[in-house]
Design a binder for this molecule. Structure first.
Ligand SMILES: [Zn+2]
Length: 249
């Protein structure tokens, strides 16, 4: 199922108990959408490239700023002022030129999501704002695509694996945009990278059926302790407008 190049490249990963050539071939044939390539999305995309995802779609609007550099590990100081997705694409292609990167210099919104998500088998939401996270949630529910919602604040992070029809969606958990959520918040780059890696591991489990993804749970990460714990979520919210109106019958 795998060519000799992939067998060699991923030989240490294929050695994992329960993860073999079949699972590696699933990743090779998978497309992941990663929204934003910053403190969360950058390390997510890097680890997806390392794991051997065949195609990665990136979406992030705007140009690199100096104050991005404490956490946006796909960037470089010499690229300040350049498009973040172009920088991320260059770094990822340099790391692994055997994968396809599709980049959009745009943040997802209700107008562009159908184009950006096209072909994705899984979505990693690494957007800082709830309007983007809700857009991704709605698109994934309506198109039956698994969503790994990653978020962080200061020394804490959350990863929520969302399987349409099986788990709560983001709107079941957050019916409204939390009023106190701000665009800019304290970030230690190592903490956003930690949250990102937990998200990638869940995504690989979901796609390949390797081990047991934390379906129906929120993974709560507190780097100050440090602790990583699973918090069981309630069943789907029967009043959730997204689940009730967008879920395919
Ligand atoms: Zn819902």
């Amino acid at each position: 199922m795998l060519n000799m190049n992939d067998q060699e490249t991923y030989s240490w990963q294929i050695d994992l108990p329960g993860f073999g050539e079949r699972e590696q071939a699933i990743l090779r044939n998978s497309t992941a959408l990663v929204t934003r390539v910053g403190g969360l999305g950058g390390p997510v995309a890097q680890s997806l490239a390392a794991a051997g995802f065949g195609r990665i779609i990136l979406a992030h609007k705007g140009n690199l700023r100096q104050d991005d550099l404490n956490r946006q590990i796909l960037m470089s100081r010499k690229w300040i002022g350049k498009s973040r997705v172009d920088c991320a694409t260059s770094t990822l292609n340099n790391f692994n030129d055997d994968i396809e990167i599709v980049s959009h210099n745009a943040n997802v919104n209700d107008e562009n999501i159908d184009e950006i998500i096209c072909g994705a088998n899984i979505v990693f939401s690494c957007a800082p704002l709830f309007n983007e996270r809700f857009t991704l949630n709605s698109a994934c529910i309506s198109k039956n695509i698994p969503l790994v919602d990653c978020s962080m604040y200061s020394m804490e992070g959350r990863v929520i694996p969302i399987i349409p029809g099986k788990t709560q969606c983001l709107r079941c958990i957050y019916p409204e945009d939390p009023a106190n959520w701000k665009r800019q918040f304290p970030v230690m780059g190592a903490v956003s990278a930690l949250v990102a890696q937990v998200g990638v591991i869940e995504g690989i489990k979901i796609l390949t059926n390797f081990m047991s993804p934390s379906i129906g749970n929120m993974i709560s990460i507190d780097a100050s302790e440090p602790s990583i714990e699973k918090i069981k979520l309630a069943d789907k919210n029967i009043n959730c407008e997204t689940c009730n109106t967008l879920m395919p019958s």
